[in-house]
Design a protein around this ligand. Structure first.
Ligand code: C2O
Length: 431
């Protein structure tokens, strides 16, 4: 079962076209069975209630996520009880076609290897510090280096696990149903919609960053983050807009190229006018503020609800995941299938994805910081959940969630402002 396996050819395409799948009312949800697997339509979105900035706001879920997973498969196909074991990495030999949530098309998202000598991930202890800076603050040389790294990645053969294409495909692998959960043939591996969301993406961009560092021969290379939670970052960072740059992706909403991101945007609506900008920024900031303050005592509200081995994800995304859906939707084009950024299958084909997720990573850091850096879930089903990635040493590694906490793995977020903005504390980390 996958959050993103949402439609197949058995779903009338009109069900996708008549509704905005990210904005329709939850009561329109329905489920569709695909073989043994339960899929669902993407009609999961709660209608936007203006002024509503709740932490469980599900408006911002990505196309392919969120929804409804009609079945309550708490028992796997082999009858195993689902609770009480962490989600395991996929069995590489059992990759299957994935599904583009927007149109039900079958897509190939398998890794370019079907077996591997998998080693445990060992966090680095080389003492090298990588400083992630906000994208809009990069200097010319830093932008050029970043472009060069992306260019090198794009020049690798598509079969190379380091290549831009394969790196982007990893997102589809874990989000669109390329694998069943090991031991549960009817439960697809899905890392959205639960507490797996933040650790999985942290690892994902970590390896992407390290691979770029290898290609650039610069182990200090750090992903520039898109600080869309701060007033100055609520625009597409300029470096992504140069059409001649490897950072450019034409599959974006061209109406938003220089616009202020309104967290309450709806497709087709005009961008904020210069007179409205201040008010929109303040409204956005309040949402970020609430995202932290309303969840501070309950990590599952911020990071997502539990998911153990064999459990069908129940769309218990946390406030951070929900909020992060907005820049995805706002960046991707308006027309379905919303490739690239507005669709799980393709989101990571846009380099902005990684800057966006570096910011998600940073917001998690801020949250942890606010809570005194206590591990959010002292639960082996979270801490021992594991994923596999192809690392910067061309090794397939098994990465446990707990390893994210055993070490400081040497990356920090630089800047922004610690000040309040119109009286709203923005929660940025000051370094
Ligand atoms: Cu895996 Cu931003 O989504």
């Amino acid at each position: 079962m996958s959050l993103s396996l949402l439609a197949t050819s058995t779903v009338p395409s009109s069900s996708l076209l008549n509704v905005n799948p990210l904005r329709s009312n939850t009561k329109n949800r329905s489920t569709v069975r695909v073989g043994k697997k339960v899929a669902y339509t993407s009609c999961e979105q709660k209608q936007s209630n203006e002024g509503d900035s709740h932490t469980i706001d599900r408006r911002n879920v990505l196309l392919g996520l969120g929804g409804l997973y009609g079945a309550s498969a708490t028992i796997g196909s082999q009858g195993k009880i689902a609770m009480g074991a962490p989600v395991a990495p996929p069995d590489l030999s059992k990759c299957q076609l994935a599904t583009d949530a927007a149109n039900g098309e079958q897509v190939y998202c398998c890794p370019p290897y079907s077996s591997a000598d998998i080693k445990p991930f060992v966090p680095p202890n080389d003492g090298i510090l990588r400083k992630r800076k906000p994208a809009h603050k990069l200097n010319r040389k830093e932008i050029e280096d970043f472009k060069r790294g992306i260019q090198l990645m794009k020049e690798l053969p598509e079969t190379d696990p380091w290549s831009y294409y394969q790196q982007a495909t990893i997102h589809c692998t874990y989000c669109n149903g390329a694998f069943d959960q090991v031991g549960f043939e009817d439960v697809l591996l899905q890392i959205h919609g639960s507490w797996l969301f933040t650790p999985w993406h942290r690892y994902y961009i970590y390896f992407w960053e390290k691979i770029l560092g290898k290609l650039l021969k610069d182990p200090t290379f750090a992903i520039p983050y898109w600080s869309w939670d701060t007033p100055e970052g609520m625009y597409m960072p300029g470096m992504y807009l140069d059409r001649n740059s490897p950072l450019y992706d034409d599959n974006r909403n061209h109406n938003h190229f220089t616009a202020l991101m309104d967290y309450d945007f709806t497709w087709g609506a005009p961008n904020p006018t210069p007179e409205q900008e201040e008010e929109v920024k303040i409204r956005n900031l309040k949402k970020i503020h609430n995202m932290f303050t309303e969840t501070i005592g309950a990590p599952s509200l911020f990071l997502g609800g539990p998911l153990s081995a064999g459990q069908v994800p129940q769309d218990i995304a946390g406030a951070l995941e929900n909020q992060h859906g907005l820049p995805h939707q706002w960046t991707g084009p308006e027309a379905i299938p919303r490739h690239d950024m507005g669709n799980f299958y393709t989101a990571a084909r846009d380099t902005m994805f990684f800057g966006h997720h570096a910011n998600v990573d940073r917001l998690w850091d801020i949250y942890s910081d606010l809570r005194g850096n206590k591990v959010e879930f002292d639960n082996p089903d979270w801490l021992d959940a594991s994923f596999i990635f192809y690392d910067e040493n061309r090794q397939v590694v098994n990465c446990k969630v707990r390893n994210l906490f055993l070490v400081i793995y040497l990356r920090i977020f630089v800047l922004i402002t610690c000040n309040t903005y119109s009286g709203i504390h923005s929660f940025s980390i000051c370094l």
